[in-house]
Design a protein around this ligand. Structure first.
Ligand code: ATP
Length: 372
C-alpha cells in the first residue's frame, strides 16, 4: 500500500496511534508545517534565505520518545529551538496541548518553559562553573515553584537528585560542576529541567559529548523518566542507531525536510528512503552504542540557500529518476506505520523504478529499496 499523504499531523505518530485512545489524545507538543528561513547576510545576498526547516510536522505524546535524526545541518536543532520559542518561526505552527503558541519574552515565555524544557548537548557549558549543584537546583525549583516553603524546596531539590540517580543527594549538593564527571553533569542538567515539572523535554544531542561508555546510562535514565513522569521527549541525534534503542518513533530529516518516519524498529531495521539507507550504512551498530567509530555518509548535503528542485536528495541518490529532479515527493504511506517521501514508492512508476534500480546497482548500491 503506497498512499501519498501530505502534512497530516494526526498521523505523525504511528506508535501512539496504534490504540484508539492514544490517537484521540491531545499531543503534548505538535508542530504543523513548521518552517524557518534565515536571511542571508552579506554583499550580494539580498533577498536570499537559508531554507533551514520546511514543512515539518511532529507530534510528541506523553510517555513517548520521538527521535529526530539527520546529518549535521539538516535542521534538527532549529526545529528544537522553534519549539522552545527561542526563535520566531517563518510559518507553520507550534501547539502546546492543542493551543497555538507564539511567545518571546516575559511571563508567557516563563509559563511556556515551565512546560517545555531543553537539555543541551554540552553539560560543561550549560552549568555555570561558579555555582554548586545545590544552588543550581534550588534556583530552578524556586523559579518554577514560587509558593514552596524552604523545607519543601529543599526536599524537592533532594528528590530531583534522587530522580536522576545521584545518590545520596547530600553527597552532590555542595559540589561544583568541575568536581563532577560529564555524565553526572548531564544528570544535574536533567534534574534542573525537571525542577520545572515539565510535560516535554527537548533533548538536543544529550549524550553525544559524553564518554561512549556512559551514554547508555543517561539514555536509560531519560527512558525511565519518560515512563515514570509521563514525559514527551524529543530526542535529537545524528546517530540513528541510538534512535532504535531509545525512541518509539523515528523521524529522519534531510536538508530541512522530513523524508522518512515511522516506528523506530521499522525505520532503523527496514529503512525505505535511500537517504535513510545511506545513514544506516554509515552508522555504528545499535548494539555497539559504546563502540565503533561512525563513518560519514557519502556525498555532500546540498546548499540550503539554493536547494535542488524536486527531491533535495536527488543529486546524491543512486536511484534518482526524472521526476525526482522536477517534483518534490509527497509522503507515501507504506506498511506498519512507515512513511517515506520518495518517488520510488509511487505505484504508477514501475518502469521508471525498474530502470532506476538498474542504475543504482550499477553505481554499487546493492541493498536496494524494498518497494511495497
Ligand atoms: N541563526 C542562523 N542564521 C543563519 N543560518 C542558520 C542559523 N542557525 C542555523 N542556520 C543554518 O540552518 C541550517 C540548519 O542548522 P541546524 O543547526 O538546525 O542543523 P542540525 O541538523 O541541528 O545540525 P547540527 O547537528 O550540526 O547541530 C544550517 O544550514 C545552518 O547553517
Amino acid at each position: 500500500m503506497t498512499t501519498p499523504t501530505s502534512g497530516d499531523p494526526s498521523s505523525a505518530a504511528p506508535a501512539a496511534a496504534d490504540s484508539p485512545s492514544a490517537a484521540a489524545r491531545v499531543p503534548v507538543i505538535e508542530t504543523v508545517a513548521l518552517t524557518k528561513h534565515f536571511p542571508v547576510r552579506g554583499r550580494g545576498s539580498r533577498g536570499k534565505v537559508v531554507h533551514a526547516v520546511e514543512g515539518v510536522d511532529l507530534r510528541l505524546d506523553a510517555g513517548s520518545v520521538v527521535a529526530l535524526v539527520g546529518e549535521s545541518g539538516s535542521g534538527k536543532s532549529t526545529v528544537a529551538r522553534l519549539i522552545a520559542q527561542l526563535l520566531p518561526r517563518t510559518s507553520g505552527d507550534v501547539l502546546l496541548q492543542g493551543s497555538s503558541v507564539r511567545v518571546r519574552l516575559g511571563r508567557s515565555f516563563r509559563r511556556y518553559v515551565r512546560n517545555v524544557q531543553m537539555i543541551l548537548q554540552d553539560p560543561f557549558a550549560s552549568l555555570n562553573p561558579v555555582h554548586t549543584v545545590g544552588y543550581v537546583l534550588t534556583r530552578s525549583v524556586s523559579i518554577h515553584n514560587p509558593g514552596l516553603s524552604r523545607a519543601e524546596r529543599d526536599q524537592k531539590v533532594r528528590g530531583l537528585l534522587e530522580q536522576v540517580e545521584l545518590r545520596p543527594a547530600e553527597r552532590y549538593l555542595a559540589k561544583f560542576p568541575h568536581e563532577l564527571s560529564g555524565g553526572q553533569r548531564q544528570r544535574v542538567a536533567i534534574a534542573r529541567a525537571l525542577g520545572a515539572t515539565p510535560k516535554a523535554l527537548l533533548a538536543d544531542e544529550p549524550v553525544s559529548m559524553l564518554d561512549v561508555s556512559i551514554r547508555i546510562g543517561v539514555l536509560n535514565l531519560l527512558q525511565r523518566l519518560k515512563s515514570d513522569l509521563d514525559l514527551a521527549i524529543l530526542y535529537i541525534t545524528h546517530d540513528i542507531a541510538s534512535a532504535r534503542y531509545f525512541a518509539d518513533e523515528t523521524v529522519v530529516m534531510y536538508a530541512g525536510q522530513v523524508i522518512e518516519r515511522g516506528p523506530s524498529e521499522e525505520v532503523t531495521q527496514r529503512p525505505r528512503h535511500p537517504y535513510t539507507q545511506l545513514l544506516i550504512a554509515s552508522a555504528p551498530d545499535a548494539d555497539q552504542l559504546a563502540g565503533r567509530e561512525e563513518r560519514p555518509a557519502k556525498g555532500e548535503p546540498p546548499s540550503l540557500i539554493d536547494p535542488p528542485t524536486g527531491c533535495r536528495f536527488n543529486p546524491r541518490c543512486p536511484f534518482a529518476m526524472d521526476v525526482c529532479r522536477q517534483e518534490r515527493p509527497p509522503m507515501f504511506e507504506l506498511e506498519d506505520g512507515q512513511k517515506a517521501a520518495c518517488w520510488l514508492y509511487d505505484e504508477g512508476r514501475a518502469e521508471e523504478r525498474a530502470a532506476a534500480f538498474g542504475a543504482g546497482v550499477a553505481a554499487g548500491i546493492t541493498n536496494g529499496v524494498a518497494v511495497a
